[in-house]
Design a protein. Structure first.
Length: 425
């Protein structure tokens, strides 16, 4: 056999795998080997690129280890580990930006021939010419056996394999890892739901001890294909935010008020970008309802339609500045609060500065009639960058003005400072 034949076959296999996987890339992650061929015992590098093509900043936490599948000399599947180069990292990736990482792996001593190397749990297969055996088992053969050290052939300890998200006893066949298949209902739900407004829990002690907390998420109604930008109709979302003020000091610790805020909107943060990619324009336009769910004299509710242009500027130091004024038009205002706009105003002036993997600072300002002003400042710092090395953010919040609760929209509150934990800053 001429030397051109295995190389030509390798190119055909690489192209076929690339075409086959183009529509099933997982969460914007693509994998490749750093070379087309390597001998058993050589160390190869698996390179990964995470590209954020969504409408909002995305978080990617790279696994410290990957479980690989190879074809052994006897035709059986051989499993081994690839280990992350450097320290484990969690990346916060802006829209239209990417993060790059690499893992090192040793070609198993028993690997021979043209390999379709798969990563367990990822829809990715990579071609490698290990030069030797030209035939082997079908890709549909499950991998029955332990994960072994690529050099010694000895089993890797079960806890280390489990930490990589794999079973110590066996793994799926390569085509099972690569096939897109039909996602179950929970998987489809999980891929469509994402962060929306900040999520936090804060406590303050001015006047009396209170907690203010907020949960928020959005649900994408149509999921775009992984290999293309979203069509216009695929940018429609349902949103839900709930904000509560909780009295922690009084008897029975009652909730002072809770605002329920469902919404429907169209959102894109990538309508236009400059040639340098420093400037980017997006928009959020929709309608929302705010209600405290009470009846009688304590009932409050208001509806509004809004347009929120978003201007993003990418700073050279690795941070993003966003200016997003939300312009609102009220309708269907309840009889209990017909003067709501006099206190809340008609524009939410919003400014946000976010470091990559660092501090997040946001400011909100509202101007009602007759000098009725409201200011809220938030500061978040990732706890993974502290001695605690834990998930989430240290969260500080300052509030001054009207409308800390929907019930008290027309009551000015004393300046309040709170501290707590934020999950989404």
């Amino acid at each position: 056999m001429s030397i051109d034949r295995p190389i030509h076959a390798l190119h055909v296999l690489s192209a076929a795998l690339a075409l086959g996987m183009a529509g099933t890339a997982a969460a914007g992650v693509s994998y490749r080997l750093d070379r087309p061929s390597a001998a058993p015992g050589d160390t190869v590098t698996i390179e990964a690129v995470y590209f954020n093509e969504g409408n909002a900043r995305a978080t990617w936490e790279a696994p410290p280890e990957l479980v690989l599948q190879w074809r052994g000399q006897d035709g059986q599947i051989v499993r081994s580990l690839a280990r992350l180069q450097g320290e484990q990292a969690r990346y916060s990736v802006p829209v239209n930006n990417f993060a790059r990482l690499a893992w090192s792996a040793e070609v198993p001593a028993s690997a021979r021939g043209l390999q379709a190397v798969s990563i367990e749990g990822q829809p990715a297969m990579m071609a490698l010419d290990a030069t030797g055996r030209d035939s082997g088992t079908l890709a549909s053969t499950p991998a029955q056996g332990p994960v072994v050290d690529a050099r010694s052939g000895q089993p890797v300890p079960a806890p280390e394999v489990a930490a990589a998200g794999a079973s110590p006893q066996g793994g799926p066949s390569p085509d099972a890892s690569a096939a897109p298949g039909q996602a179950d209902a929970f998987s489809r739900f999980r891929s469509a739901i994402s962060e929306y407004k900040p999520v936090y829990f804060d406590i303050g002690t001015r006047g009396k001890t209170t907690a203010r907390f907020q949960i928020s998420a959005k649900y994408r109604l149509f999921s775009p294909a992984a290999n293309r930008p979203a069509n216009w109709y695929e940018n429609f979302y349902l949103g839900y935010t709930q904000t509560s003020l909780w009295d922690l000091q009084s008897d029975s610790m009652p909730f002072i008020d809770t605002t329920f805020n469902p919404s429907v909107f169209w959102l894109s943060d990538n309508l236009w970008s400059s040639e340098s990619q420093n400037w980017r324009l997006g928009v959020n336009v929709g309608a929302e309802h705010n209600s405290n769910g009470k009846d009688g004299p304590d009932s409050r509710s208001v509806n509004d339609g809004y347009v929120e242009p978003r201007f993003h500027y990418r700073l050279d130091g690795g941070s993003t500045l966003t200016f997003a004024p939300r312009i609102k038009a009220y309708f269907g205002v309840a009889g209990e609060n017909p003067d709501y706009a006099d206190y809340a105003g008609r524009v939410d002036w919003q400014l946000r500065w976010a470091q990559d993997n660092g501090a997040v600072v946001t400011a909100l300002y509202r101007q009602g009639d007759q000098q009725r002003r409201t200011t809220q400042l938030d500061f978040a710092w990732p706890l993974q960058r502290t001695w605690l090395n834990m998930n989430g953010y240290l969260h500080l919040q300052y509030f001054n003005g009207y409308g800390e609760t929907l019930l008290g929209y027309n009551r000015r509150e004393d300046s309040q400072f709170r501290v707590g934990l934020s999950i989404v800053p």
